[in-house]
Write a protein that binds this ligand. Structure first.
Ligand code: DPM
Length: 360
């Protein structure tokens, strides 16, 4: 029973078993993330057969240039999307923050899993163990290639110096520990936890120190938008709170016309059915910034029966089992907050930041 979309294999009892192929980058973090999603699918659908297919992406190959300087968008995702398009894989697991707010036509995010802690963490050189950023000596070098992290931390810790650092997490930790180039590096706590390196976290940054990136800490499952069977299958992985927060965050970034390498940061929370969102933009040195907070209700309104059945993606995310009106309000919150900052001059700050970064 080949329907073109799936491969079937026969198990020992000659029963047809559906094979779902999952594409992943080959980095250790990507593999761990993919395995965690595969495990969840296997629990939910014991009858399916999963095959994991590793691929190398442009972002993995170019190791000597700061990410924010490489012009091409979707650095880590393009090769994987090509494989999806060619039907070589059925789904791909990404860090949501690496997925652009507008996906190429034909693709959608079919699941956003429950978010890990979205905060940024300081990993210290062994000789500085037990210190915090404010205790590091004058002119200590902090490794980060994130314009967002550098801008916010420069503003807060003017005694520190910031330098680019590239490579996957393993490479970065090696560069930190085995040389004397960096006093500390900044990484997402979520990635460190998934790698089993939580013990290396010397300090978690507060929103006052450094707000996080749009989508940080959440895993996303990308699928072919027309593949309704796979969409249906992965949709049970959606975590409603994470989805609403991430829709608001992505709508904010999209409205600002920011890519994955602009100094834009967010903080979101859901309390008592209210979605609170703080968003900010920064100049590269952090001296200039705009920040505001807004909120909206994400309660299931009375008689809110419309568990949207039509497949309406919002900022790339298709979530049919989550209240459509709550999704719309979350998206509107992001747009409204961005418009508020734009009315105060956010566009100018981001344009200058982009020009300065390009000229670096
Ligand atoms: C994006 C940024 C970085 C990654 C920019 C930013 C960090 C780049 C750097 C969009 N993607 O955050 O301002 O530090 O040079 C990335 C990481 C994870 C996903 C690693 C990290 C793991 C955490 C997650 C790289 N993408 O941020 O420490 O799954 O959210």
């Amino acid at each position: 029973m080949e329907n073109g979309l799936y491969k079937y294999i026969r198990d020992g009892n000659s029963k047809a078993v559906r094979v779902i192929r999952i594409g992943t980058r080959k980095s250790q973090l990507a593999c761990i993330q993919t395995d965690s999603v595969a495990e969840k699918l296997k629990e939910l659908y014991p009858d399916i057969e999963l095959e994991i297919i590793g691929m190398t992406t442009t972002g993995d190959r170019i190791l000597d240039t700061a990410l924010s300087k490489i012009g091409e968008k979707s650095l880590f995702t393009k090769e994987l999307e090509n494989a999806l398009e060619r039907n070589e894989v059925d789904l791909v697991v990404h860090s949501l923050k690496d997925l652009p707010t507008t996906l190429p036509p034909g693709f959608t995010i079919g699941a956003v899993l429950k978010r890990e802690s979205p905060v940024d963490a300081v990993v210290l050189h062994p000789k500085h163990v037990n210190k915090t950023l404010d205790m590091l000596p004058e002119n200590s070098v902090i490794g980060t290639s994130s314009l967002r992290r550098a801008a916010q931390l420069k503003r807060r810790f003017s005694h520190l110096v910031f330098k680019d650092i590239r490579g996957n997490l393993n490479t970065r930790l090696k560069k930190l520990d085995e040389k004397d180039d960096y006093a500390a590096i900044i990484l997402a706590a979520a990635g460190l936890k998934r790698m089993g390196w939580e013990s290396r976290i010397g300090q978690c940054l507060t929103p006052e120190d450094c707000m996080y990136a749009v989508g940080q800490g959440a895993l996303a499952v990308e699928v072919r938008a027309r593949d309704t069977d796979i969409l249906e299958m992965v949709s049970v992985l959606h975590d409603p709170g994470t989805v609403l927060r991430c829709i608001a965050e992505r709508a904010f970034l999209k409205q600002l016309e920011g890519g994955c390498s602009v100094p834009v940061a967010v903080h979101t929370e859901i309390r008592d059915s209210q979605l609170y969102m703080t968003g900010a933009v920064f100049s590269l040195d952090g001296s200039d910034s705009l920040k505001d907070t807004m909120q909206t209700s994400v309660a299931n309104s009375e008689g809110d029966q419309e568990q949207v059945d039509e497949l309406v993606p919002r900022v790339g995310i298709t979530a049919t089992k989550i209240s459509g009106s709550a999704q719309t309000r979350a998206e509107q919150l992001g747009v409204d907050l961005a418009n508020l900052l734009l009315s105060k001059g956010a566009k100018e700050i981001l344009t200058v930041a982009r020009q300065l970064n390009d000229a670096r």
